[in-house]
Ligand binder design. Structure first.
Ligand code: DGL
Length: 263
């Protein structure tokens, strides 16, 4: 094998870097592992700097570049998945400028699929304040077909509550779960009425990767006639496509692994 071939093989066998402000991106990682079972992953949870959603664009963009640099320089990541809607909104464009040759995948609220899926013509999105106030989100809303009405809710505190619930000691579990449920109820009530009749909203988009961990609670509040959309699987498929196009899919016999770090 010549030097160029050996270098290409090293890249193919490098890990995929995945990150989020905390546990939310694990919902995306799960889909990535299902779609790409032979790959190695390095997952970063930036819990020391969470929540991103209420911190402002400049802060989130700085953290996003710090995490991307760490994954590329310390782990030789062959691709990056920004498993966070807020970070994607704040920093995807500048990341693409900084790493023009690296396969980069971001996460955005699934508004377009929701517009195709709705029967009642009414959809809603729950996301962080950072995401819903971003220019990127504004462009997604502007691209919706005119007959689709979309209600938008910035869900302050919800990602933090879900994070606390995941990290809590067993004796705090009930109180943390109650806090998550109370916030879900408050935001669902604000966005209603829900259902599949005229004037009701039949499709909810989870525009924050953390909220996937509250999906069961949300579904109970919304009832069975409302569908909930998230983005893990499409992101995993897009990651596979980009890796294949770049000739970077794993070429060794499968030895999947995931390393996880909290910052
Ligand atoms: N999980 C993140 C997202 O998808 C952000 C949560 C937060 O830190 O506010 O937007």
């Amino acid at each position: 094998m010549n030097g160029a071939d050996a270098a290409a093989e090293r890249v193919r066998n490098a890990p995929i870097g995945v990150f989020d402000s905390g546990i939310g991106g694990l919902s995306v990682l799960q889909a990535l592992r299902a779609e790409l079972p032979a790959e190695r992953f390095v997952y970063l949870a930036d819990t020391g700097h969470a929540p991103y959603g209420e911190r402002g664009d400049a802060f989130v963009a700085r953290r996003t570049h710090t995490l991307a640099r760490y994954l590329v320089q310390q782990h030789g990541a062959k691709a990056l998945v920004v498993a966070c809607n807020t970070a994607t909104a704040a920093a995807m464009d500048s990341l693409r400028q900084r790493y023009p040759l690296l396969p980069l995948v971001g996460v955005e609220p699934a508004l377009k699929p929701a517009a195709s899926a709705t029967q009642s013509g009414r959809i809603a999105v729950m996301a962080t304040r950072g995401t819903v106030s971003s220019a990127r989100f504004g462009r997604l809303i502007a691209a919706l077909p005119p007959q689709v009405r979309c209600r938008i809710q910035a869900c302050d505190g919800l990602a933090s509550a879900i994070e606390a619930q995941a990290a809590c000691a067993p004796q705090d579990a009930a109180a943390d779960a109650a806090k998550t449920l109370e916030l879900c109820r408050r935001y669902v009530d604000t966005l209603g009425p829900w259902g599949n009749k005229a004037g009701e909203t039949d499709t909810l988009v989870l525009g924050c990767t953390h909220y996937v961990f509250a999906q069961d609670a949300l579904q109970q509040l919304l009832g069975p006639k409302v569908q909930i959309l998230s983005t893990g699987e499409p992101v995993a498929r897009q990651t596979r496509r980009l890796l294949a196009n770049a000739g970077r899919l794993q070429s060794l016999p499968p030895s999947p692994s995931t390393q996880t770090f909290a910052f």
